[in-house]
Design a protein around this ligand. Structure first.
Ligand code: SAM
Length: 234
């Protein structure tokens, strides 16, 4: 799967791929990435990519020409691209989106800067707009990385152990149950005793129950979506 990052600041993104899971995914060829800087496409002799908003408003906006040419350049390179703009006014990105988008061959992630992008870029080039939460970042680079990481984890082979995907939060709208490692006792706090007894069916049932209660308490919005059958499991 290929990810194209369209950004004025590729160095903000590059470092994330220099270690851990994303580096292994790159090295093994499970994913590939490239960067495209709209500044390289500007026809302005001063290499400007932004301008004041027409009709007033504080701050500068990314102008359409360099951005559209950069996006077209990436679309030409790989073909069959799905183009996403990161913006606080997009729909909120979820686990389901990550799973769905992991089936695409090529995703272009467009990072805004300053006050954002000219609306005509969205109309002509963008397939989906995503926000990563109700807050404002200084640019779309972090948000692009968030999407790339969440999507890539669902690409077959990226995680060493595919089983860990099944037990993660948001599967079946549930948050993950509390988890423990060694030692059995840490600073006078012990592990839930049932977890130490080795009866796997009992542990699974208890984890399920804790997962339901945790979701109900922390995320009542998700809990509403949990299948009734699971709520009545014992
Ligand atoms: N003026 C914009 C507004 O009020 O909606 C905010 C622009 S923000 C300072 C600059 C860029 O950061 C955006 O174009 C977008 O690419 C990115 N960004 C900021 N917050 C974001 C969020 N919550 N989710 C996704 N992208 C975000």
């Amino acid at each position: 799967m290929h990810f194209s990052f369209i950004t004025l600041f590729p160095s903000l993104i590059e470092g994330y791929f220099s270690d851990s899971i994303m580096k292994r995914a790159l090295d093994s060829g499970m994913i590939s990435i490239d960067f495209c800087n709209p500044r390289d496409f500007t026809l302005d002799k001063h290499k400007k990519v932004d301008a004041p908003m027409v009709g007033g408003g504080a701050g500068m906006l990314l102008t359409p020409q360099p951005l559209v040419d950069a996006i077209r350049n990436e679309k030409r390179k790989c073909g069959d691209a799905h183009t996403i703009l990161l913006t606080p006014v997009g729909k909120k990105f979820t686990h389901n989106d990550a799973v769905r988008l992991s089936k695409k061959a090529h995703i272009i992630l467009v990072s805004g800067r300053y006050e954002g992008v000219d609306e005509r870029v969205i109309e002509s080039q963008i397939d989906e707009v995503f926000s990563i939460g109700d807050f404002i970042l200084s640019g779309g680079e972090l948000a692009s990385l968030v999407l790339c990481d969440a999507i890539a984890r669902n690409v077959k082979g990226v995680l060493g152990n595919e089983e860990s995907l099944k037990e993660e939060s948001f599967e079946e709208h549930l948050l993950e149950a509390p988890a423990f490692s060694k030692p059995d006792n840490f600073e006078d706090k012990s592990i839930i005793s049932e977890f130490l007894k080795g009866n796997h069916s009992k542990i699974t049932a208890l984890k399920r129950e804790l997962s339901l209660r945790k979701t109900q308490y922390f995320r009542p919005d998700l809990y509403k979506k949990v299948d009734k059958r699971h709520k009545n499991e014992k």
